[in-house]
Design a protein around this ligand. Structure first.
Ligand code: NAP
Ligand code: GLV
Length: 294
């Protein structure tokens, strides 16, 4: 920020500071801040979130200043999500997970390839990141479907929307990728009822938030064989506790919330250009709709 906005005065908020003893600021740049940093502030004109998901901010409700909350808009996360999703989908489709298992047992055996027509990929959330995932997977000719709140028209993607469209979307999905924001409507939606509607031998990739997933339901569906495997990047409790059963389930692959990292250069450039636009009275993208929750 010092390089890109040389005229700005930068203050670091420190643990223990309150409204009464902290420096005034025109803009706040935050990631999962404690409430004390923002509560009651009347000085800030916008709050910039150093990530795409704003669930950790919006949970403060009316304690947040009544100013625009601005999420990161791609800022280099789209391509990372595409890489992560493509890696996981290809690993399942090409049966690399099964070949890894065979190799651990020094077993040489060619497995029957899956039929691509029946290996449809369903993306929950067709926003900035979901669309980028869809675009990447199209290169591998997977049938792609997507679900969003409002109906979309994305070339090459069979689109579904709203509660009415969810069941049909799920019933035709073999690999489910969740890239939804966490809101009161989407919390816990990856539970037994919805996951059971997926095609037999389905796979789950959750790169959204841990609270989307009912963890015991996933374990039960993996044990029953309805779900063949899961790639999970996000968890209810992060870091995932050492004693958590997910660590001991070989059909669950775990990464430590790295599907799309906040890249400092891209993010700072994006925020700085938005501050510049706001200073000039111009509109900006990425302002969160608080009522909607994203
Ligand atoms: P976004 O652009 O706001 O897109 C959100 C999508 O979800 C939109 O298509 C929206 O539908 C849909 N949606 C929201 N609520 C819905 C509902 N109740 N029913 C159906 N569809 C609903 O968000 P984004 O930038 O793609 O980011 C998505 C999420 O990814 C973030 O909120 C964050 O939780 C997660 N994330 C994770 C990582 C990681 O490293 N694991 C990194 C970055 C982000 P409409 O388009 O119709 O509104
Ligand atoms: C990371 O999880 C983000 O929301 O950007």
């Amino acid at each position: 920020f010092a390089e890109i906005l040389p005229e700005a005065q930068l203050h670091f908020w420190k643990e223990g500071e309150t409204l009464a003893n902290s420096e005034p600021a025109d803009y706040a740049v935050v990631w999962r801040p404690p409430m004390a940093m923002l509560q009651g502030r009347t000085d800030v004109r916008a709050v910039f979130n150093l990530g795409a998901g704003v669930d950790a901010l919006l949970k403060f409700g009316d304690a947040l200043p009544q100013v625009p909350i601005v999420r990161l808009d791609d800022a280099g996360m789209g391509v990372q999500m595409a890489e992560f999703a493509a890696h996981a989908v290809l690993r399942y489709y090409r049966r690399f997970d099964d070949y890894e298992e065979q190799a651990r047992n020094a077993q040489w055996q060619v497995l029957k390839p899956y039929d691509k027509e029946n290996f449809s990929v369903g993306i929950l959330g067709l926003g900035v990141l979901g669309r980028r995932i869809a675009q990447a997977l199209q290169h591998f000719d997977f049938p792609i479907r997507g679900w969003s709140h409002t109906m979309k028209d994305v070339p090459g993607v069979t689109c579904f929307a709203g509660k009415d469209g969810l069941e049909e979307f799920l019933r035709g999905t073999r690999v489910l990728i969740c890239v939804l924001p966490l809101t009161s409507e989407t919390s816990n939606m990856l539970g037994r009822t919805n996951l059971s509607k997926l095609m037999e031998g389905a796979y789950l990739i959750n790169v959204a938030r841990g609270a989307h997933l009912a963890e015991p339901d996933l374990l039960a569906l993996i044990k029953s064989g309805h779900i063949a495997g899961a790639t999970l990047d996000v968890f209810r409790n992060e870091p995932l506790p050492k004693q958590h059963p997910f660590w001991h389930e070989p059909r669950i692959r775990i990464t430590p919330h790295i599907a799309a990292l906040t890249l400092y250069n891209e993010s700072i450039r994006q925020i700085a250009s938005k501050i510049d636009a706001l200073e000039r009275g111009q509109p900006i993208h990425g302002v969160v709709d608080r009522a909607r929750g994203y």
